[in-house]
Ligand binder design. Structure first.
Ligand code: PMP
Ligand code: GLN
Length: 386
């Protein structure tokens, strides 16, 4: 029989699915895959239910229902001062994942170079490669995960079509500083390239930090594709409603990819997300402050157990070095070990790097109820401290 696609054949099952299955098989508390254990804001869920019974459930416009596009434009203005025309500069997608895929398929010509920053969210590289792009990696390492001018200079060239930027960053919870964003902007401008900005964790920042979209920097409005996700903003990761903000000439080719990939997204979920994005500041503040408390609870608990916990300024995740616990083995072995033996699942950070190297860090997800986190810490304590 003929071979299937070569790029996709080279990948196994995603680490998130692997660890979630292992967690389930072992009755482990799943701090691996990033999803909250609640059921989202009840009023947002209610709008979706009501729409199913009273709204129009046929194909909506491929660009998304007008109220949601308007709500995305408004949130751009409200949080970042961006003037966006919702009728032409916003497109709704089936999750951040589809937004990323449509953007990459639309922009990359075979042979184009694409700058990717490791540790790297799992869907980026396969899609870049499937689109024919050539990945150029910048590697950020613990404990500081800092980005330097020389690392950017070593990968950017006239062949660079785009950089993919994720801030706040999964898995390392890094929030890029204004200096780092300015550096990126200068390289993007200098080499006439674009920036696909994965900002799905834009409302999940801690310690008083505020999210700064690369798009707000001088010269970046016409070069950035900004991606958001209702999954993270409303703690409803299964909904898969994403949205892209980009200037019309950039959004047009992306819409062409989207029309052949998913075309549209369930209208009741779109209506509910439109409602949700119009919620007052209290909602957004409570979302981040609640998560910040969970971060502190997990970070302190892991420190007390002996982990060396890395700084975490945003997202759902915290990373930690497990070597001080005396475990002899790599991060994958450690994650399997704690899932099977301590009944707590995590994700190995090496899964986010190509060439290995960092294999003593694990990622724990803290977007859980406090009692879930305390139970997980208790299980780890019993396992490691007897
Ligand atoms: N980008 C990053 C960095 C993520 O962590 C996720 C998590 N799911 C996504 C994109 C995908 O978002 P969605 O679930 O809306 O497709
Ligand atoms: N973004 C989630 C994480 O990093 C996983 C999403 C998925 O499983 N595809 O855990």
């Amino acid at each position: 029989m003929k071979e299937f696609n070569n790029v996709l054949r080279s990948y196994g099952t995603t680490i998130f699915e692997v660890m979630s299955r292992l967690a389930q098989e072992n009755g482990a508390i799943n701090l691996g895959q990033g999803f909250p254990d609640g059921n989202g804001p009840p009023d947002v869920v209610r709008v979706a239910c009501e729409y199913l019974e009273t709204g129009v459930n046929q194909y909506p416009s491929m660009m998304g229902i007008p109220p949601l596009r308007e709500a995305v434009a408004n949130i751009n203005k409200r949080f970042y001062g961006l003037e966006i025309d919702g009728s032409v500069e916003v497109m709704v997608t089936s999750g951040g994942t589809e937004a990323l895929a449509s953007s990459l398929f639309a922009l990359i010509e075979p042979g184009d170079e694409v700058v990717l920053i490791e540790p790297l969210y799992d869907s980026y590289l396969p899609i870049v490669r499937r689109a024919g792009g050539v990945a150029k990696f910048i590697r950020l390492e613990p404990p500081n995960w800092s980005l330097t001018e020389s690392s950017l200079a070593s990968v950017f060239s006239d062949r660079t079509k785009l950089i993919l930027l994720n801030s706040p960053m999964n898995p390392c919870s890094k929030v890029f500083t204004t200096e780092e964003l300015s550096l990126i902007a200068s390289f993007v401008s200098k080499y006439d390239s674009y920036a696909v900005c994965d900002e799905v964790y834009e409302h999940l920042l801690f310690d008083g930090l505020k999210h700064v979209p690369l798009m707000t920097l001088p010269g970046m409005r016409e070069r950035c594709i900004r991606i958001g996700s209702a999954g993270k903003t409303f703690s409803l990761t299964g909904w898969k409603v994403g949205y892209i903000t980009a200037q019309l000439n950039l959004l047009n080719p992306i819409a062409k990819a989207h029309q052949f990939l998913t075309f549209t997204t369930p209208p009741n979920l779109q209506a509910a997300v439109a409602y949700g994005l119009s919620k007052d500041d209290h909602y957004f503040k409570t979302l981040s402050s609640g998560l910040e408390r969970c971060r502190d609870l997990l970070a302190n608990g892991l420190k007390n157990l002996g982990f060396e916990v890395m700084p975490c300024h945003g997202s759902y995740f915290i990373t930690a070095d497990f070597r001080p616990l005396g475990f002899e083995g790599n991060d994958e072995e450690f994650c399997r070990h704690i899932t099977v033996e301590a009944k707590v699942a995590a994700v190995p950070v090496s899964a986010f790097y190509q060439g290995g190297g960092v294999d003593n860090f694990v990622r724990f997800c803290f977007c859980k109820e406090e009692k879930t986190l305390m139970k997980a810490l208790d299980r780890l304590r019993k396992h490691f401290n007897g």
